[in-house]
Design a protein around this ligand. Structure first.
Ligand SMILES: [Zn+2]
Length: 167
């Protein structure tokens, strides 16, 4: 008898590596990366290494790390399992002018949807038979959110089949 495939048994280390690959992140750019498998939800915890960018207001070149803010990003690397990135976003503070700002966030496109999720959603929506609702459900997104993506990011590979495209 054939053994039933364990679709949910995702090897965590390869998942972590694929997250790095997807976002074009080098191992050296990452301070810590770990993941927790909660059965139907995989949580990936990530902290990037500090790069101490100059102050955007006064240009001072030696900012301090102010604090960390946890940001949750819906991530759809897996179709059969919900995946969430808990990104520990670092905030800097300028000792001269007291300006605070976030480090560059390589994970989000808009409003906590990961870049790779956006790519997947747009790819699926090229099929005219696919509805926003079904895609949104599959990627654990709010429906209006997917529609917004579609409006704000026309697919560059589109063959202009849509009647609106030529307007
Ligand atoms: Zn400053």
């Amino acid at each position: 008898m054939r053994k039933k495939a364990e679709t949910r048994n995702v090897p965590i280390t390869s998942l972590e590596n694929s997250v790095l690959e997807l976002y074009g992140l080098d191992q050296n750019a990452v301070e810590s990366l770990s993941s927790t498998n909660l059965g139907d939800l995989v949580i990936i915890n990530v902290t990037l290494k500090p790069d101490y960018p100059p102050c955007p207001r006064c240009g001072h070149e030696h900012p301090n790390v102010c604090n960390y803010v946890d940001e949750t990003i819906t991530h759809s690397i897996l179709h059969n399992c919900r995946c969430q990135i808990n990104y520990h976003a670092r905030r800097y503070k300028c000792p001269v002018c007291n300006r605070t700002w976030y480090e560059f966030n390589p994970f989000v496109f808009k409003q906590r949807i990961s870049v790779s999720t956006v790519v997947c959603v747009l790819e699926e929506m090229r099929d005219p038979a696919v509805t926003f609702t079904s895609v949104a459900k599959r990627y654990n997104l709010a429906c209006d959110c997917s529609a917004h993506l579609r409006r704000s990011c026309p697919d560059p590979q589109s063959d202009d089949a849509s009647p609106r495209a030529a307007a």
